[in-house]
Write a protein of this length. Structure first.
Length: 318
């Protein structure tokens, strides 16, 4: 477990890593943000109760991502934030934000100090008078910065893969397209959840009489809409690539069927000739010819070559 406290100190921002919950002064008017990083949320009970929250809020913390609406627990407001998981998209990464008065509490499996953009903004503006509202704006700025980096990386991979249209697909490309589509769908889910969370925050600012956050949140929401459009275009491109891949596979199948059809068409007259002279009639004059066998072979070869010539002229081999 890692606990980080962000507080004002002589109108400057101070970030402290605490050894335990007993080091937090909950009545300190200079405290702006308390972050608790813990892998298993079952261990949050004592911490949450010492923070002055009730059992109902603790129970809600055990199920992050259950709902993306703003929930009120007495004087506190709780909101789940869906974040990109740096370890992969197989598991969801949630940070739960609890707003009480002028203090923000966050609970998640990634410490706040790992959010580089957020920490850089704190260090750059540490000489200014800050409040929890400013910190929240910095944090969502980090979220957008991280989203943009991941989205650009994925779009670059898709653009590079789309060159396969000109050089041809191979057998493994179907799995690659399916993996990309799954990633895009997961990214869209995260962005949509973030957009929903941003839409709820103005209501929170109204409750706390912090209407000045609305402009910042509106800008962040517009950035999320831009990222959403980027992912939707990437999804459309992947749909086109999938259709192109299926078209290439269908064309290859048609070519194979075409070859089998040509082979079958060549052997139909040959089989017919072999069938005639394979009949067990007593009187068949050709069977007594001295060169009948060689004549039959030459005839069959001539028919096969004539058919190949006809098929070639009609463009069956194109």
């Amino acid at each position: 477990m890692e606990i980080t406290e962000i507080k004002r100190s002589d109108n400057q921002i101070e970030v402290r890593r605490l050894k335990g919950i007993e080091d937090i002064n909950f009545i300190d008017p200079e405290c702006l943000w308390v972050d608790v990083q813990i892998e298993d949320r079952q261990g949050l009970k004592d911490i949450v109760l010492k923070m002055g929250f009730n059992h109902e809020l603790y129970d809600r913390l055990l199920s992050p991502g259950e709902t993306f609406r703003l929930q009120q627990f007495n004087e506190a407001y709780l909101l789940d934030l869906h974040l990109f998981n740096p370890k992969g998209l197989d598991t969801s990464n949630y940070m739960t934000l609890v707003f009480r008065g002028d203090v923000i509490y966050s609970f998640g499996d990634v410490p706040l100090t790992k959010f580089t953009y957020f920490m850089n903004m704190l260090s750059k503006r540490s000489n200014r008078k800050q409040n929890s509202n400013d910190l929240m704006a910095y944090f969502f700025g980090h979220m957008i910065d991280n989203d943009l980096r991941i989205v650009r990386s994925l779009r670059s991979k898709i653009d590079h893969f789309s060159e396969k249209v000109f050089i041809g697909f191979d057998n493994k490309d179907a799995d690659t397209i399916a993996r990309f589509k799954n990633q895009v769908e997961q990214y869209l889910t995260v962005i949509e959840d973030q957009f929903l969370a941003i839409g709820l925050l103005p209501d929170l600012s109204r409750v706390q009489e912090q209407a000045e956050t609305k402009i910042t949140l509106s800008r962040i929401a517009s950035h999320l809409e831009h990222l959403q459009r980027i992912m939707e275009r990437a999804e459309d491109k992947l749909d086109f690539l999938l259709q192109q891949y299926q078209s290439d596979v269908q064309e290859l199948t048609n070519r194979r069927i075409n070859i089998l059809t040509i082979v079958q068409a060549i052997f139909v007259p040959l089989t017919f000739i072999a069938g005639i002279y394979g009949m067990n009639f007593v009187h068949m004059p050709e069977l007594e010819w001295a060169n009948g066998y060689f004549i039959a072979l030459v005839l069959m070869g001539f028919i096969a070559c004539a058919e190949l010539l006809v098929f070639w002229r009609k463009g069956w081999f194109d």
